[in-house]
Every structure is written in C-alpha cells, then in structure tokens.
Design a protein around this ligand. Sequence first.
Ligand code: SF4
Length: 97
Amino acid sequence: MAQAASKVEDKLYLNRYLVDAGRAHIKVRPHTKPSPQLLSLLKLCPAHCYEMNSTGQVEIATDGCVECGTCRVIAEPSGDIEWNYPRGGYGVLFKFG
Ligand code: SF4
C-alpha cells in the first residue's frame, strides 16, 4: 500500500533550531514600499519567515529559517536583504534524515 506523501510543513515541524537571540542572520533593508523581490519572498520562503507588517513593509523572523538560500538568490543582489549564515552552533538542526 502506498504511503501518503507528507507535507513540507510536517517535515519542517521536525526540525529544531537554536536561535541566536539578537543576531538575526538575515536582515531586510529598511524601506517604505517593498520591492517586487521582497514581495515575492512572502510566497517563496518555504518556512514562511517573511511577513507583511501592518504598515506595508516586509519583515523577517529568522527563527524557523532552514537556510535554503532562496531569499539570498532573489533579494540579496538587489540589496533588499543582507544574508549571512548563522554563527557556528546556531540555526537549523535537520531531523528528518
Ligand atoms: S534562507 Fe530560505 S528558509 Fe531562510 S528565510 Fe530565506 S527563503 Fe526562508
């Protein structure tokens, strides 16, 4: 019998994170109106780290970041974000094999 495919959200839930408090490894450049690149991250980040705030700017909460680099490819060249790996020992710990 075929096994049901698991959702990405289910697999992400298995990960563990060590948050480096006060040292976010990705920063969004301050802006008044988000660029198309920033807006695309609202849908493209697999961990849903990017959100629109109540005044229309894109913000990031890096706590659940899986370091896939998608946002780096899309928004770092335009200067919309600053992307670095977390310090050693911090960040995602993959648990699904
Ligand atoms: S590196 Fe991947 S998971 Fe982390 S914020 Fe960027 S798109 Fe999301």
